[in-house]
Design a protein around this ligand. Structure first.
Ligand code: AMP
Length: 367
């Protein structure tokens, strides 16, 4: 168990790293951010920083010496860099988790082995295999690159009447013939996620199931609690728990799921695992007694997890691209908490900040 004053290394310098750094400071811990981006927004709030490439062994060596434990804020940390660091200092979650979650095919196979349902999928490594996959999975479908996809990047939909020589070939070309998977298109009722924390001694605490709305494949809005039955919410938490246990995970992870109708009921399909704090957990900073960021820091520091208590109904809205220029209107909205990430360039699709609104349940006896 780390003592206050110890140093947590964070690989990656985006807004997730920034909010992790802020949580670290609140707990009296130090943090050291490692990023290859000169303008990394985490650097603004981190007491120690390394600006270097993940391939720079000397920089990694020095960083490892300066840290007591190391974690990451994005999942595409090169496996070699994570392994290099893990040979020198404890790295949480274990880098082997990245090997699974960095590749959609390996991730889906892992989920399937746990007997957890996903959309139907098949590997696509050639035009011939794409034809076979379309045959087995059917259309509509989504072709996704196995690696390095996020926020809808590296995805191409093939319509119901998509022709193999037309839409399907175009999708294959659009993704530059990179190794892919073809996924059946899910006609979901809603999307939900579970943000779960697992401590070094294997205790798990889940936040309430969150409902997510995407716009142009980017998360726009989260609402808690999700509009699902208590039984389905429990099932969603159980799925996240099973995944965390199977990984022997330490830290926070998020599991994104589709809610689909099945007869008169509903069932869940896992879409994706994020081995890190997650955008759909940002509401926890203002909407719960402990945030996902603090839970993650507690877990990697070997501290006990907190039991999260939600302060009421919560909504979180992302400020994407130029939307951030309207930040001032939120400053006077009662109950709104505004978070700006300090990024200079409001490029389209870039997450620039978020706003959380908490609607406390009416207090007993309150008028
Ligand atoms: P992903 O990058 O896999 O998380 O996908 C981003 C978003 O695209 C998801 O949150 C869904 O809104 C949508 N999406 C991804 N896969 C599918 C699918 N198989 N069927 C329907 N929508 C999907």
């Amino acid at each position: 168990m780390l003592k206050p004053g110890a140093t947590i290394g964070i690989l990656g310098g985006g807004q997730l790293g920034r909010m992790l750094a802020l949580a670290t400071a609140r707990l009296g811990l130090q943090c050291h951010v490692f990023s290859s981006e000169r303008d990394a927004c985490s650097f603004q709030v981190a007491p120690r920083a390394t600006l270097a490439e993940f391939s720079d062994r000397a920089a990694l060596e020095k960083f490892a010496r300066a840290c007591d434990v190391i974690t990451y804020e994005f999942e595409n940390v090169p496996a070699e860099a994570a392994a290099f660091l893990a040979a020198r200092k404890p790295v949480f979650p274990d880098p082997k988790v990245l090997e699974t979650t960095q590749d959609r095919l390996i991730e889906k196979d892992f989920i399937t082995k746990l007997k957890i349902a996903t959309a139907p999928y098949a590997p696509v490594h050639s035009a011939a295999q794409l034809a076979d996959a379309v045959e087995t999975i059917g259309l509509p479908a989504v072709l996704k690159t196995r690696r390095l996809g996020y926020d809808g990047k590296g995805q191409a939909k093939i319509a119901k009447d998509g022709k193999l020589g037309g839409d399907a070939a175009a999708a294959w070309r659009a993704l530059r013939q990179a190794p892919c998977i073809l996924e059946g298109f899910v006609n979901f009722e809603r999307e939900v996620s579970v943000v779960a924390a697992r401590s070094r001694d294997g205790k798990i605490a889940c936040f309430d199931v969150t409902e997510n709305e995407h716009r142009d494949h980017i998360l726009k809005l989260s609402r808690v609690p999700a509009a699902v039955s208590p039984a389905l919410a429990q099932e969603a938490r159980r799925i996240a728990q099973r995944i965390a246990e199977a990984f022997d995970y330490v830290g926070v992870l998020a599991v994104e799921m589709f809610v689909v109708r099945k007869g008169k009921g509903r069932t869940l399909l896992v879409n994706e695992i994020a081995p890190r704090v997650h955008n759909s957990g940002h509401w926890t900073i203002d909407g719960a007694s402990v945030s996902q960021f603090e839970q993650h820091i507690r877990a990697v520091a070997g501290w006990p997890l907190a039991k999260p208590i939600r302060h009421g109904r919560v909504e979180m809205v992302n400020l994407i691209g130029a939307e951030v220029n309207g930040y001032a209107r939120w400053l006077s909205v009662p109950g709104a908490s505004i978070h700006l990430y300090g990024k200079k360039d409001a490029r389209p699709g870039r997450k620039m900040g978020h706003v959380t609104r908490v609607f406390p349940a009416a207090r007993q006896g309150a008028k």
